[in-house]
Design a protein around this ligand. Structure first.
Ligand SMILES: [Zn+2]
Length: 207
């Protein structure tokens, strides 16, 4: 698996381009579509996956859909805030393109595959009701979106529809059991490992 991490937009969102065995997916095209397309360099995109609905994770989706023709996938819970919507929370998420379209609605246990790598969808509500993480056991990789951040951090829950109770339950019940050597790639900031986060994040102490 080859991973390219682009930092895009005003809130320094991590957009990930994941390639394996000739296939490519894009996770969280938050902004700066031109920069993402430059890295893709004309390679076909199998799927665009969104960890949640916030504007800083989806604002290059319309442009990427138009440029690549790739289908988009996200949680069924968050999808209504993106699918067919040009504005979310006062933010222009279409950026002069047509409204984005969500082609596949994801649920707990669904799979996102790229080449030989298969990611399982883990529903981790809290930051938004439809926040998801993507976990690939064979590669030991977790894309955590804005649920989990490096150095003991976790997503804000003071936005509309956020829930501190839910994000704590998501970390404790859904993430704390992942192997220590899992590499955590978050929606913002540096990467980490589950082993380190279990030491510093009190909500991951369950296991
Ligand atoms: Zn967010």
């Amino acid at each position: 698996m080859k991973l390219t991490n682009l930092v895009v937009g005003p809130i320094q969102t991590n957009c990930y381009i994941v390639e394996d065995a000739g296939e490519t997916i894009v996770i969280d095209p938050g902004d700066e579509a031109d920069k993402i397309l430059e890295v893709l360099d004309g390679r076909p995109v199998k799927e665009i996956v969104l960890t949640h609905c916030h504007f800083d994770h989806v604002s290059a989706l319309s442009a990427l859909e138009e440029a690549t023709g790739a289908p988009a996938a996200m949680s069924a819970v968050d999808a209504p805030r993106v699918d067919g919507q040009s504005v979310d929370g006062g933010h222009d998420i279409a950026r002069g393109h047509g409204a984005p379209h969500i082609d596949r609605l994801l649920h707990e246990g669904d799979e996102v595959s790229v080449g030989e790598c298969t990611f399982s969808v883990i529903e981790t509500p809290g930051h938004t009701p439809g926040s998801i993480c993507l976990y690939c056991a064979s590669e030991g990789v977790l894309f955590a979106g804005d649920t989990l951040f490096a150095h003991g951090g976790y997503g804000r829950t003071d936005f509309e529809d956020g829930s501190f109770h839910d994000i704590v339950a998501s970390m404790r019940d859904k993430l704390s059991g992942l192997p220590g050597d899992t590499i955590v790639f978050s929606g913002h900031g540096p990467r980490s490992t589950m082993r380190y986060e279990k030491h510093v994040n009190e909500y991951l102490h369950a296991n």
